[in-house]
Write a protein that binds this ligand. Structure first.
Ligand code: BGC
Length: 758
């Protein structure tokens, strides 16, 4: 049904319109009965329903309906599988239809800047390309069921400390290359019904009242068509927020802020057209849902199976020395650790789901008929070292053929609302692992954590399985991976650093009223690669029980321009004897030297299933954006001319194939020519090099370098040229004038001409 929303808004009173711009209560938007506009409900999200009925809160404190907890983003991103994430979205969309929810509050695409952020478990990645692709797929899935999503938290909300006040101080290029693209991709590829602004300030201004963020970038540049809602309680100044582009304030403001809007329209400080437009945007989304209602019933059991499948496709096999895994049904295995019985499978806070069922690894192993003994060793939710429990665990581990220790972070270690102060596992767990290693060399660790942990024992255990927070069906998924019923295919969506202080944000995280993103664009693997640092496990890493060979990397062009798309293909062969899946990663490396860039950046990925001996061609398409960087003089994306390398790999540090391409870009950087431009700048740009050489010759002559005597004495002319060019690089043009070699007017005239011709 085509609604004429404009007409409807025209019939509303000023008070009704202002009222539409805030919630009715914690979870509902207001309706206007006389005009047939019902109030609709929104709810968290992102990885399942947290629909609360009576006692509402945004911190996950009070109980919600029984639902399915799918794997949180920290794990589902590791699937590197768009179709799977879309499938998860479809299931959640259907659940929302079945329970009358108009919008799911998610996905959350903030970049994992530091492992300490308490909410990393809800975020996809340290890489904006991966985060954006994952979010777009999920949104497409949910919205295919005519239920909205709320892409959050917009933007630069990368810590929980002081999250409602702190200013993220981020430079323009970093914002564009790291912190905005996941939002941009999701908006452009999947048009979420809503975007949720974040609590924090961005460069001093609250995100909730940031016109550049909410209007210039989001709507004018990216073409966002839905409405912007506030995070719960994120509004600072209601009228400023409305003007900046924040349509809906959540939750209810008890009418106080609605009155502010009415007052501002009445006294002329707010143009009523802004209010009308805001209400139109809200209502358009509301009717998009209302006019497309679907009959659905909750299929909790089916969705539980899907949740397990997603976990199986995402769990990452980090280490598998001596092929310790998979376990065989014939061997005796000891499961050690409280998490084997009570898995930690989701994080705390607003995404906390009241799971209708939780599978533990211990129960699932028993159900599958495997011979597994068990000792708790340590309690699931505490850091307590109990001598007796440890002694029993050691005995149990020693008596088995292999020990699997379930380690991880207790609930209290990480949650929405606060950050961690360290990256350690509970001491009791590290001690237990060490002691078990003394009696059982065949030890595997399974990890349940929302964010990276230091693994002091990583060189000593034979196997490590990163299950992260795997959703309510994680137990079955882990057992299927351990016993090889499922061949692992997850890849890390973040780097696991060796220790906290290795992290690029280490000296600038949390603390204070401002947080300065001084590492700039060098976040995650972009930093570890640039610093050539050893990491525990690199971005994109993940093993399989089979092996893959890469060959024949090729592109459809070897020379391209800045408007071309490029098809990149590589052949992948399963050389082992098990069926498996490989998430093939494609990176771009800028070798033009135009500016400082990361050594490589992920620009494409695809997961492919292969039978033993089978070969498939995996192809991705690169857009011009795949090659570009953000130039702050142009305030736009820029592609430099020169050489680019295309890399295909099994992880960011396991590049299997590479080739180079020539880019002939028509784009040119603006010349910035003035008396303090350096010789270096002139000489390095082909447009000004000739003039640079001319002036340099004058300088050389002046200092005597160019004299015949000197030339004949020079033993190695190339070196002396290089040296003099290096020295000249930092000399400003004004020196040509101060040494009396040219007049200021002469230089200025040439600079003017060069600028005009560039
Ligand atoms: C969180 C949001 C969430 C909202 C509603 C806020 O505290 O930051 O992510 O959607 O509460 O529960």
């Amino acid at each position: 049904m085509e609604r004429n929303v404009k007409e409807l808004v025209a019939k509303m009173t000023l008070e009704e319109k202002a009222g539409m711009c805030s919630g009715q209560d914690f979870w509902h938007l207001k309706g206007v009965e006389r005009l047939g506009i019902p109030g609709v409900m929104v709810s968290d999200g992102p990885h399942g329903l947290r629909k609360q009925d009576d006692k509402a809160d945004h911190l996950g404190i009070n109980e919600s309906i029984r639902a399915v907890c799918f794997p949180p983003a920290v794990l589902s991103a590791c699937s590197f599988d768009r179709e799977l994430l879309e499938e998860m979205g479809v299931a959640i969309g259907k659940e929302a239809q079945a329970t009358d929810l108009s919008v799911i509050l998610g996905p959350a695409v903030n970049i994992k800047r530091s492992p300490l952020c308490g909410r990393n478990f809800e975020y996809y990645s340290e890489d904006p390309y991966l985060a954006g692709e994952a979010a777009a797929a999920f949104i497409n899935g949910v919205q295919s069921q005519h239920v909205g999503t709320s892409l959050k938290h917009f933007a630069a909300n990368n810590q929980e400390y002081n999250r409602m006040n702190c200013s993220s101080e981020v430079d323009e290029r970093t914002m564009r290359e790291i912190y905005l693209p996941a939002f941009e991709t999701a908006v452009k590829k999947s048009q979420p019904y809503t975007v949720m602004c974040s609590y924090n300030r961005l460069n001093g201004t609250f995100a909730s009242e940031h016109p550049w963020l909410l209007t210039e970038v989001l709507r004018d540049e990216w073409g966002f068509k839905g409405y912007v809602m506030s995070d719960w309680g994120a509004v600072n100044d209601r009228v400023e927020a409305l003007k900046a582009g924040l349509e809906l304030e959540m939750p209810a403001s008890g009418g106080i802020n609605d009155q502010e809007i009415v007052r501002a329209v009445t006294d002329g400080t707010l143009d009523e057209a802004i209010l009308n437009r805001s209400v139109e945007r809200i209502l358009s989304s509301v009717f998009r849902y209302l006019d497309n209602r679907q009959e659905e019933t909750l299929n909790l059991n089916d969705d539980h199976e899907l949740a397990r499948h997603i976990a199986e496709e995402s769990i990452v096999l980090l280490k598998n020395e001596d092929s310790i895994l998979p376990l065989s049904a014939e061997e005796s295995v000891a499961f050690i650790g409280g998490f084997a019985k009570t898995p930690r499978f989701q994080g705390g806070g607003s995404s906390h789901i009241n799971s209708f069922r939780v599978d533990s690894a211990l129960d699932m192993a028993a159900a599958a008929g495997y011979t597994v003994s068990y000792a708790q060793g340590y309690p699931a939710n505490d850091d307590v070292y109990e001598e007796d429990a440890v002694a029993e665990a050691i005995r149990t581990a020693a008596a088995a053929d292999k020990a699997v220790i379930f380690a991880g972070l207790p609930d209290s270690f990480e949650s929405e609302g606060y950050d961690r102060s360290h990256m350690h596992l509970p001491d009791c767990q590290n001690r237990l692992i060490d002691e078990i290693l003394r009696v059982q060399p065949n030890t595997i660790v399974v990890l349940h954590n929302g964010s990276p942990v230091e693994m002091p024992w990583r060189g000593k255990v034979k196997g490590i399985v990163e299950a992260y927070l795997g959703g309510q069906a994680v137990g079955g998924a882990v057992v299927n991976i351990l016993y090889g019923k499922v061949n692992p295919s997850g890849k890390l969506a973040e780097t696991l650093p060796i220790k906290l202080s290795d992290n690029p944000a280490h000296l600038n995280f949390g603390d204070g009223a401002e947080v300065h993103y001084q590492e700039g664009i060098f976040v995650g693997y972009r930093y570890y690669d640039a610093k050539e640092m050893e990491v525990a496990f690199p971005f994109g890493h993940g093993l399989s029980y089979t092996e893959f060979r890469y060959s024949n990397l090729r592109t459809d062009k070897s020379v391209l321009t800045d408007t071309d798309t490029l098809t990149v293909s590589v052949d992948v062969t399963n050389t082992g004897n098990r069926t498996g899946k490989e998430a093939v990663q494609f990176y771009v490396a800028d070798r033009t030297g135009t500016c400082r860039r990361p050594k490589k950046e992920l620009k494409g990925f695809k997961k492919v299933a292969l039978e033993p001996g089978e070969t498939k061609t995996v192809s991705v398409t690169f857009e011009p954006r795949s090659f570009s960087w953000y130039n702050t003089d142009l305030h736009d994306w820029f592609i430099g001319s020169g050489t680019y390398e295309i890399l295909a790999g099994s992880s960011s540090r396991d590049i299997r194939q590479s080739l180079t391409l020539q880019m002939n870009s028509a784009q040119k950087l603006p010349l910035k020519l003035h008396m303090n431009t350096t010789f270096g700048e002139l000489l390095s740009d082909p447009r000004t090099r000739e003039y640079g050489l001319f002036l340099k010759k004058k300088m050389d002559d002046f200092f005597g370098d160019g004299s015949e005597a000197n030339e004949s004495e020079s033993s190695d002319e190339a070196v002396s040229d290089a040296m003099s060019e290096a020295i000249a690089a930092s000399i400003p043009l004004r020196n040509v004038v101060s040494f009396g070699l040219c007049t200021k007017e002469e230089v200025a005239e040439v600079l003017e001409k060069l600028s005009q011709n560039s």
